[in-house]
Design a protein around this ligand. Structure first.
Ligand code: RIB
Length: 339
């Protein structure tokens, strides 16, 4: 196996000159550079990337920690991350916390032990513990999709989220424009800022329309299908059931569509349902799901952009990117019966 010394001898230069040519860490004359390149080709020498990376303390590998890789939304975020990493020449090591805060922290330790250059984190909600852990290891982190909560701008961490509060407001205003006044809300876990902010938008839209918020119309789910189904059944069994539902993610909205059908009602004739995310499945439900579309792949791509910039400039102030959401009207919402 040829070594850097063999290349240096063949090219008539020092090993450090060969290193400078490989790592482009110092200017060398074109003649010297070509001699080194010719010697590397003749000896079929390939620099040991891991050894080089350990010296430079860069592995060009990013750790990605997702809360639940079975959720199609995060599959879209990951596609954005992978595409951007490929363009930058980075590798990815993926961890799935499976919605478990303990597992999130364990995975952070594993990722850092693998010498990743930084971590892209979509938290399960264990924000403080995760950020404290990462701070002790001085590992750059970009928080994606879920904010650590009020005051995060004071933390020196780069973040990229979507405008969840506006999304909740857009969805609710849309249902109010259809004439609905009893608008239910099926939220995700209250510890998750992405869900909590959507509910804030829901409340603001009702209040600005002069409608008192009925707390019985707000039921918490866990972002999975089953919880959306159960929450919808609970709301439809109220003495005065809602005629429209704002559901804080598409997986729960799919569960809600099933629940409405199972009690013999029709979407949208009897109950309108709007979701959040725009996962690919939303285009194929019956009826097709109206939803608030999140730019999931852009979330992933921007997260990588932030991390690569951070790795080249550790001192600049933290950056906070906020991506817009859009209302995607399909077939699952209609006018209030009798409107
Ligand atoms: O579907 C999973 C939800 O959790 C998405 O709405 C995403 O924003 C994340 O917070």
């Amino acid at each position: 196996m040829p070594t850097i010394r063999d290349v240096a001898e063949a090219a008539g230069v020092s090993p450090s000159t060969v290193s400078h040519v490989i790592n482009q860490t110092r200017h060398v004359s074109e003649d010297t550079r070509q001699r080194v390149m010719d010697a590397m080709a003749a000896l079929d020498y390939h620099p040991n990337r891991l050894a080089r990376s350990l010296r430079n303390r860069r592995t060009h590998t990013l750790g990605v920690l997702l809360p639940n890789s079975a959720n199609p939304f995060f599959a879209q975020v990951l596609l954005g991350i992978e595409a951007a990493c490929f363009d930058y020449g980075y590798n990815v090591i993926l961890g799935n916390a499976n919605d478990d805060p303990e597992r999130e922290l364990a995975y952070l330790d594993v990722l850092l032990s693998k010498q990743v250059d930084g971590v892209l984190l979509v938290s399960t909600g264990a924000y403080d513990e995760a950020l404290d852990f990462l701070a002790t290891r001085s590992a750059p982190v970009v928080m994606v999709d879920r904010s650590p909560g009020a005051g995060y701008e004071d933390l020196q961490i780069d973040t990229v989220f979507t405008d969840n509060e506006r999304g909740g407001m857009l969805a609710t205003r849309y249902l109010l424009r259809l004439g609905h006044r009893r608008v239910g809300c099926i939220s995700g876990p209250s510890r998750l800022t992405s869900s909590a902010d959507r509910v804030v938008g829901y409340r603001q839209a009702l209040t600005e329309a002069g409608i008192r918020v009925d707390e019985d119309l707000i039921v918490s789910g866990d972002f999975q299908h089953e919880s959306g189904y159960r929450a919808c059944r609970q709301l439809l069994e109220l003495p005065e059931p809602p005629t429209a539902l704002f559901v804080c993610n598409d997986l729960m909205a799919v569960g809600a569509l099933c629940a409405v059908h199972e009690v013999g009602l029709n979407v949208p004739a009897d109950v309108s349902v709007i979701g959040f995310d725009d996962i690919p499945l939303a285009s194929y439900t019956v009826p097709r799901l109206t939803t608030i579309a999140q730019p999931a792949r852009d979330l992933g791509r921007v997260a990588v952009d932030l991390m690569v910039q951070r790795l080249s400039d550790r001192e600049s102030p933290a950056r906070h990117e906020r991506l817009p959401v859009t209302l995607l009207e399909r077939d699952s919402c209609g006018p209030m019966r009798g409107e």
